[in-house]
Design a protein around this ligand. Structure first.
Ligand SMILES: Nc1ncnc2c1ncn2[C@@H]1O[C@H](COP(=O)(O)OP(=O)(O)O)[C@@H](O)[C@H]1O
Ligand SMILES: [Mg+2]
Length: 225
């Protein structure tokens, strides 16, 4: 089963109907991402990158075409199955970290475990993942605003990894960090990928895209070569 591609798009379109006329954000997109890949998706503003990432993360559905995640066609899944898929197989990392400001670091990281299990979550698992993203133990009981941007992004990465997802989806993960801190985050992602995590990253920064092993370009909602 592990030979299944983690992500397949088959002739996917996404059309947003607007009063002024339909906007075709994705126009016949087909591609495949195999397990263990580290792929970056580059394209100018408005080219469809966020739309693509939202569809990959099952946050939205295509207008036409098919999407398969680890062999399952998402069009065949119920809302509950989609919710479980998002929770168990997909980790998200965003430009603005999106941590819960009132929860401490361990609570932030173990939150997706709470969604999964009715039982009390084991904080040790949270600590283990936080250490794996090189966050110092002394920060574990702090709240996000007490951390630097780079530290916050490490927490967000730990949270994305806590349920052992098949895929890590990243939308401009270093877009809000200075270049040195961003390089540290990219080194971490490179290490995660070496250890087997499949990573799909959207960026408009060619230096950041260089960390990936394959770059796909998108323009006007189409994959370009
Ligand atoms: N929710 C929406 N409603 C209407 N149009 C949208 C919506 N989201 C995106 N679009 C349009 O779809 C196109 C692609 O947008 P987007 O995927 O956000 O591109 P990118 O992330 O590359 O900047 C743009 O023309 C944008 O205006
Ligand atoms: Mg975008």
């Amino acid at each position: 089963m592990s030979e299944q591609p983690v992500m397949v798009f088959q002739d996917v379109t996404k059309v947003y109907p607007l009063p002024a006329g339909d906007v075709t954000a994705l126009d016949g997109v087909s591609f495949q991402v195999d397990r263990g890949e580290f792929i970056s998706i580059m394209g100018p503003s408005g080219s469809g990158k966020s739309t693509l990432l939202n569809l990959m993360g099952c946050l939205d559905i295509p207008t036409t075409g098919d999407i398969f995640i680890s062999g399952t066609r998402i069009g065949d899944m119920s809302d509950i199955e989609l919710t479980n898929l998002r929770r168990d197989r997909i980790g998200f990392i965003f430009q603005y970290f999106n941590l819960f400001p009132l929860l401490n670091i361990i609570e932030n990281v173990t939150f997706p475990m709470m969604l999964k299990s009715q039982k009390a979550v084991d904080p040790e698992k949270g600590k283990e993942v936080l250490r794996s993203v090189q966050l110092d133990d002394s920060l574990f009981t702090h709240t996000p605003t007490e951390l630097s941007g780079g530290q916050q992004q490490r927490v967000a990465i730990a949270r994305a990894l806590i349920n052992n997802p098949d895929i890590l989806l990243c939308d401009e993960p270093t877009g809000n960090l200075d270049s040195k801190t961003g390089a540290g985050i990219m080194d971490l992602m490179t290490e995660l990928n070496r250890n087997g995590t499949t990573i799909i990253m959207v960026t408009h920064d060619p230096h950041i895209a260089e960390y990936s092993r394959r770059t796909t370009r998108i323009a006007d909602g189409r994959i370009v070569l």
